[in-house]
Design a protein. Sequence first.
Length: 64
Amino acid sequence: MIQRISSLSLALLAAALCSACVIAPPSSVRVADPAEIAKMGEQAILVCGAGLVKEVNAKSFSCK
């Protein structure tokens, strides 16, 4: 009985180790430059008005 449990445990452990998942970002993803985001933020405030900016990223912005 104990041998059967240990064999089952070993098989489950092996299956768990073989099914491990690795998550990595694609190599083509570029990290945004903080200066670019700051520049876009300044432009968003000029266009939308202070307190009316919804979202800003390195390429665009949106108003509320």
